[in-house]
Design a protein around this ligand. Structure first.
Ligand code: 3HC
Length: 288
């Protein structure tokens, strides 16, 4: 399907990534349906979009009013209805292959055969997700970063059977929402960014677990010495400590004890108000 034929997008998932992706696409002028499995999840995601749009409007970072952007967003829990009109579907469900397989199996039934089926997975192979459909050539990775409204990059990933036409439209779509796409040609675990970020976070986790340096000191090192916007622990708090934990355990890797202890204590980062740091009113870490 060429980019000009994409009018309506469906985003499956209203969590951090799903609602952020929905917001970005609506700001760019597309009609978007955001779907999750429970009304409460959808309502929470919608409230988060409202909060974010108001912040962006206060700072004159959007050209339209929050209400005008929100008018382009509809929300629902019914999967069939959510994707019925969609020219592009972006799945942002939990990182479990079984869940994604169920969704993509349903998508094969509920969507037109030309519809592009994208996954925002951060760690599962696109080829494995596409195996749930009989049209793997229309399945592509479209990996956004957290928070989508602020992060510029989107990885466009080829599964083994993704067609050039599908990948090219996905790439052009990313440009059309004012983001910067890069192609990832090989469907390797973690793609480009998380392949590099994974060891970075792990190394920091092992060092803190072994008492080499404190969390804040390790983070400050990367901020002051490398010029990163935040250190590895603050970043894990932003993305969710449980997300990185599941990616590592799914890959059969050992997890640093400090990560394990946070997951056991359900101190998962900003979303629980507490992770490696404690957060009040969404404040970041002061690196002095
Ligand atoms: N919408 C609107 N406003 C937002 C917002 C959002 N989603 N999130 C934060 N803001 C607001 C803040 O509330 C703050 O408002 P205030 O000035 O009124 O207090 C304002 O934006 C400025 O925020 P900050 O001062 O904290 O910082 P910056 O705007 O300079 O940058 C950042 C924030 C973009 C998150 C930056 O710290 C950054 O780039 N961090 C690294 C993020 C990163 O690497 N993400 C990728 C993670 S890996 C990933 O996602 C992969 C996946 O597979 C897990």
């Amino acid at each position: 399907m060429p980019l000009d034929d994409i009018d309506h997008v469906a985003v499956l998932g209203a969590g951090n990534m799903g609602h952020g992706i929905t917001e970005v696409i609506a700001i760019a002028g597309y009609d978007v349906t955001m779907r999750d499995i429970e009304t409460e999840l959808v309502e929470d995601g919608y409230e988060d979009i409202k909060w974010s749009l108001e912040k962006l409007a206060e700072k004159e970072r959007i050209d339209e009013s929050p209400e005008t952007v929100l008018d382009r967003i509809s929300t629902m829990t019914d999967l069939e209805a959510a994707v019925a009109e969609a020219d592009l579907v972006i799945e942002a469900a939990p990182e479990e292959l079984d869940i994604k397989h169920d969704i993509f199996t349903d998508l094969e039934t509920y969507t037109d055969e030309d519809t592009i089926l994208a996954s925002n997975t951060s760690s599962l192979p696109i080829t494995d997700i596409a195996a749930a459909t009989d049209r793997p050539e229309r399945v592509v990775g479209m990996h956004f970063f957290n928070p989508p409204v602020k992060m510029d990059l989107v990885e466009v990933i080829y599964g083994d059977e993704t067609s050039d036409a599908t990948a090219e439209t996905a790439y052009e779509f990313v440009e059309s929402i004012d983001k910067t796409p890069i192609y990832v040609n090989k469907d390797v675990r973690g793609f480009v960014v998380n392949s590099v970020l994974g060891p970075f976070g792990d190394e920091a986790g092992w060092m803190a677990s072994e008492g080499v340096a404190d969390i804040r000191e390790i983070d400050a090192t990367m901020v002051h010495e490398r010029g990163y916007p935040m250190g590895p622990f603050e970043l894990a708090d932003l993305t969710g400590i449980d997300i990185g934990y599941h990616v590592r355990t799914e890959a059969g890797k050992d997890v640093p004890p400090i990560v394990e202890s946070k997951v056991e204590a359900e101190a998962l980062g900003r979303k629980t108000g507490k992770g490696y740091y404690e957060y009040e009113d969404g404040d970041g870490v002061d690196y002095g």
